[in-house]
Every structure is written in structure tokens, then in C-alpha cells.
Design a protein around this ligand. Structure first.
Ligand code: C5P
Length: 219
């Protein structure tokens, strides 16, 4: 591997959470910080790739030289990926998009005049699964953040979403997962091979992931 082995390659990285508004004031989201995705975008850029970083709302500086597309909702993230998917070589789905959105977004601020309220939710598109169905030569890399049955669930996702490999991490492990600067990852291939890595900085995990992508692109 050289320092610019990804020259001429176009990589889309999605990062961070999405948000879904409930009314003009409130929204739902999750604890994703975007750190893993931003580290991957930075590493890919440093190794010579053209990088499009599609990001939900996060408190991070975008790595220099990447094209940043900011989105809020899961549908917006889907549309942004759609625009660039055909021309890309790799899609890394490090984002944590919300799986559900409210059926209707209240036009006015929801008042606290009732003891209980009900909000009905509808499924959002599973972005990576959509592009798994239509991919041609693109490499598709997914993430699986789980609290239980990590490897079993991750293996199912490779098949169901038609991924080339998946990066699994147990978000309940100490110093790993959402918001930490470190992560404990297991990479699982399509043939079921699993490779465990020790606690690492997210930058180092990003290097491992980009190394693997480089090797797969050049085979
Ligand atoms: O949420 P889940 O565990 O299924 O996420 C696994 C992978 O699917 C991640 O790479 C995530 O970015 C992606 N995903 C997606 N669209 C969703 C939900 C998850 O692309 N609506």
C-alpha cells in the first residue's frame, strides 16, 4: 500500500446521527457522534481518494479537502447518497440514521395539556440496504452497533443488506462505540471470517478499515 493508493477512487462516507422533527421545536435523534465516520473520511482523503462526507448534525470539523454534504433526516441522507452512488467506488455507511420518523410532524408546538400523548411512527428507508440492491461494482461497507448477539446480528446484516464487509462494535463495551474516541471493532467478511481488534483510537480503526478497502479495490 502506498500513500496515495486511493487516487482516482471516489468514496462516500456517511456519518453521525440523523434527526426527525416532531414539531417546530422538538426532534428525535440518537447518541452517534460522527467520530468514526469523520475519521474514515479523513483517512480516505489522506490516502488520495475523492471523498464525499454526508453527515447528520455533529460537533466536528470536517477533514480538509472532503466535500461535506450536511443533512438532517434519514430521507435527506438517502437522497444525498443517491445523487453520488452511481459514480462512486465505495460507500461506507458509518452513520446511525433513525429507523422511524413521525407519520405527521405537528405544525404547531405540542402542548403539555394532556397527561399522555401518542405519536405514530413510520419506517424510514434502510439506506444501505437500498443501495445493496442496486449496486454494480461498488464496495459496500456497513456498521453494526449492537448491545447483544453482536456477531450473529452483524452476519445477518451482511446478507440482508448485501454488504461486502461489516464493522461490528458492541456499544456497551467500556470506552467503545458512541461518543468515545476509541472503539473495539470486529470485521466480518461475506464468507463469515471474523477478525477481532483490540481497543483502538477511532483514527487507528479508520486506518484498518481503509487498508481493507484498498486491498479489496486492488484485487
Ligand atoms: O441500524 P442497523 O443496525 O441495521 O445499521 C446497520 C447498517 O445499516 C449501518 O451501516 C447503518 O449506517 C445502515 N443503516 C442505513 N439506513 C438505516 C439504518 C441503518 O443505511 N435507516
Amino acid at each position: 500500500l502506498t500513500n496515495d493508493e486511493l487516487k482516482g477512487r471516489k468514496i462516500i462516507v456517511t456519518a453521525g446521527p440523523t434527526i426527525e422533527p416532531l414539531d417546530p421545536v422538538r426532534y428525535m435523534t440518537n447518541h452517534s457522534s460522527g467520530k468514526m465516520g469523520y475519521a474514515i473520511a479523513k483517512e480516505a482523503k489522506q490516502r488520495g481518494a475523492e471523498v464525499i462526507l454526508i453527515s447528520g448534525p455533529v460537533n466536528l470539523e470536517p477533514p480538509s479537502g472532503v466535500e461535506l454534504i450536511k443533512v438532517n433526516t434519514t430521507e435527506e441522507m438517502h437522497n444525498a447518497v443517491e445523487k453520488h452512488f452511481e459514480s462512486c467506488d465505495v460507500l461506507v455507511k458509518a452513520a446511525a440514521p433513525l429507523d422511524y420518523r413521525p407519520v405527521t410532524v405537528s405544525k404547531n408546538k405540542i402542548k403539555k395539556d394532556k397527561a399522555e400523548i401518542e405519536i405514530k411512527f413510520t419506517r424510514n428507508p434502510d439506506i444501505v440496504a437500498c443501495f445493496g440492491k442496486m449496486k454494480k461494482n461498488q464496495l459496500l461497507v456497513g456498521f453494526a452497533a449492537e448491545t447483544e448477539n453482536l456477531i450473529e446480528n452483524a452476519k445477518k446484516k451482511i446478507v440482508n443488506k448485501n454488504l461486502d464487509f461489516i464493522v461490528a462494535n458492541n456499544i456497551l463495551a467500556e470506552n467503545a462505540g458512541f461518543k468515545y474516541d476509541t472503539n473495539i471493532i470486529t470485521i466480518i467478511d461475506r464468507d463469515g471470517t471474523t477478525t477481532d481488534y483490540p481497543l483502538m483510537k477511532k483514527e487507528d480503526a479508520a486506518r484498518v478499515i481503509i487498508d481493507k478497502i484498498s486491498v479489496m479495490l486492488n484485487c
